[in-house]
Design a protein around this ligand. Sequence first.
Ligand SMILES: Nc1ncnc2c1ncn2[C@@H]1O[C@H](COP(=O)(O)OP(=O)(O)OP(=O)(O)O)[C@@H](O)[C@H]1O
Ligand SMILES: [Mg+2]
Length: 214
Amino acid sequence: MSPFEPSTKLRTGMAQDRLIIGLTGGIGSGKSTVATLFAEHGAGIIDTDAIAHQLTQAGGEAIAPIRAAFGNDYLTDDGALDRAKMRALIFSDAAAKQRLEHILHPLIFEQAKAQLRPLQASPYVVVVVPLLPESRTFRQLVQRVLVVDCDENTQIARVAGRSRMSETEVCAIIARQTPRAERLQLADDVIHNDAGLDNLAGQVAVLHEHYSKM
Ligand SMILES: Nc1ncnc2c1ncn2[C@@H]1O[C@H](COP(=O)(O)OP(=O)(O)OP(=O)(O)O)[C@@H](O)[C@H]1O
Ligand SMILES: [Mg+2]
């Protein structure tokens, strides 16, 4: 193959030559904290939550299709997605949830792939995908799955401590996410996040060594 010709893999826009880790975990399990620790080691980070946020800001790419599907009712006055209102809708309406996901998921995936391209120099890339268990597309993009796991009581306490969400609301979200045991079955690697931040940093350092050599 000529050196000027991109590899088949690159042409399809899917897997690259370097390692891509899919990082997932339940609400408040510590995904963002773990991603920050990997970034400190020099890993490339792509955060699909941040991408979703960007897409649904005023002027974001998802706004026009959301308006077409849901009308202006679910947009704020300045034209961003009204998150609270949409969250309430999709909590009680499975069809609406699916409609929103059909708009958002392909856009998130395209944006994640676009962000991978300039990260060629990183030793490996960690893609934070809370919905990895539900997304075959993202599971095909990554070569390894890293699950951040902790006790549900720890999740509840941390999320309730961080936001204005009540314990009942956090429990309701956990109940709708992929069950812990099912998520763990997808894992190539697991980070146990029930202890303190020093312990967490230690586990990330070990995995960093491991990923750097793969
Ligand atoms: N080992 C730890 N010790 C103490 N606090 C922690 C630990 N890990 C995470 N936290 C805190 O718990 C909260 C949840 O962590 P984080 O935001 O990283 O989780 P997340 O999985 O990204 O959550 P979300 O699902 O909402 O995106 C944060 O306030 C974070 O600072
Ligand atoms: Mg997070």
